[in-house]
Write a protein that binds this ligand. Structure first.
Ligand code: URA
Length: 436
């Protein structure tokens, strides 16, 4: 195909036909369009945008660039959740087994972290023996038998996104709403879902810094998801404060197990129950939000999702004895240090971005795509906004590979907290629901 006129048309702000978009995605995936031309097209899209019709065509062409997941007929609806990511965001871990126990099938295809935001697969990689890369056949059989799987994208699923995302990363074209929408939804639509809940975060540690931008992204994804036949809703959630009291890969697995044992922090529990309740309503399993929330909370309290978690991790190769032994350890890092408050008062700020940056620099996150990470480092015991601390009371604990690293993080971590004489109510976590 002659791709140059299409690049020129988009550069001039003209609309591309769906057939043209389908053809260039097919040709690019087959290696017949060079990266430099595709990068030019991505930059033209970045500046000129795409219409709704063009974004739909791009999303579906990307979805169809590889193999989708094809499940046998079964009365259990197929559902998933996607989060745009943040610090301490471990919702997927307790949510997948909860949804399986509520009678859903959950093919949760997840990603790795880059920069300060953690990735679900990195958290799971901290479990001894756990396999995150599974063939399509295994994904389908585990979903059918266990009810849930959390794993990475296979090489044959949505290959167009893999190639385009790498180019966006290298060409400064990641923050484009039509490109983000098509990237996220092409992967979710390839799971052949009945319903999808999106957690679109805003704040200083989120992809979208402002509520207005998060709303724009959420509205675009909800419109497109529904148009493509998947019942899609979004919640806008605050990511100025970390979710839960722990951040760092293994520490988040531990906190997820706490949540499944009903010992979890309130904000994590709220998002897990909220996400499950939306999916219950979206699939018609519950008539409205209040009974759906009760159903989800009762199911979590029953202990069945905690057992389902064990079943899921064993099905994916985890060594349960080693996992349980690790769970009993207070820390798996060599150095643990408490950060103490210099005065008594109420926590008015617990800055997610600063905490994420410290964890990344301790080795818990990646500066480049292929960097190795340390699963054991992080923070726990975070004091959250609205809570009272005494002078010398603990604001959080640092888990680091060496005591020198822990010590060097103290000043930066202390600066993440603000203590006020007067208690201010913490900002609400879920600020908006966007449905069709
Ligand atoms: N996550 C994705 O999968 N794609 C994007 O473009 C942004 C976030």
């Amino acid at each position: 195909m002659n791709f140059l006129p299409l690049i020129e048309n988009k550069r001039e702000g003209k609309t591309l036909a769906a057939a043209q978009i389908q053809e260039f995605i097919r040709e690019f995936t087959a290696g017949k369009i060079p990266d430099y031309q595709m990068a030019a097209m991505l930059m033209a899209i970045y500046f000129r945008g795409l219409s709704t019709v063009e974004t739909t065509a791009l999303t579906l062409a990307m979805r169809d660039s590889g193999d989708g997941l094809k499940f046998p007929r079964d009365p259990r609806p197929i559902v998933d959740k996607h989060s745009t990511g943040g610090i301490g965001d471990k919702v997927s871990l307790p949510l997948a087994p909860l949804l399986a126990c509520l009678g859903f099938r959950v093919p949760m295809i997840s990603g790795r972290g880059l920069g300060i935001t953690g990735g679900t697969l990195d958290k799971l990689d901290s479990i001894p023996g756990f396999q995150t890369l599974l063939p399509v056949k295994k994904i389908i059989s585990q979903v059918q038998q266990v009810g849930c799987v959390i794993c990475g994208q296979t090489d044959t699923m949505v290959p167009a996104d893999k190639k385009i995302y790498a180019l966006r990363d290298a060409s400064g074209t990641v923050p484009s709403i039509p490109l983000i929408v098509s990237s996220i939804l092409s992967k979710k639509l390839a799971e052949n879902l009945d319903a999808l809940i999106l957690d679109v975060k805003f704040g200083n540690a989120a992809f979208m810094q402002t509520k207005a931008d998060a709303r724009k992204l959420a509205q675009a994804m909800v419109a497109l998801g529904n148009q493509c036949g998947t019942n899609t809703r979004a919640i806008l959630t605050d990511m100025n404060t970390p979710l839960g009291r722990a951040a760092g890969n293994w520490l988040e697995v531990k906190e997820s197990v706490d949540c499944l044992e009903n010992k979890g922090p309130a904000d994590l529990l709220e998002l897990v129950i909220d996400s499950a309740a939306h999916l219950l309503v979206q699939t018609g399993k519950s008539k409205s939000s209040a009974p759906a929330r009760k159903l989800a909370a009762d199911c979590l309290n029953s202990g069945a999702p905690r057992k389902k978690w064990d079943e899921m991790i064993v099905a994916q190769g985890a060594n349960l004895d080693a996992f349980n032994k690790r769970l009993r350890l207070d820390s798996t890092s060599e150095a643990v240090l408490e950060i103490k408050s210099e005065k008594s008062g109420f926590v008015s700020k617990c800055d997610a971005r600063k905490i994420g940056e410290v964890i990344r620099d301790l080795g818990g996150g990646r500066l480049a795509k292929d960097s190795a990470i340390n699963y054991d480092v992080g923070v726990d015991g975070l004091a959250k906004p609205g809570e009272h601390v005494e002078k010398s009371g603990v604001l959080c604990r640092i888990h680091a590979a060496r005591s020198a690293q822990a010590k060097s993080a103290v000043t930066r971590l202390k600066s993440a907290f603000e203590i006020s004489a007067k208690r201010m109510a913490p900002a609400p976590l879920v600020v908006e629901i966007i449905s069709r």
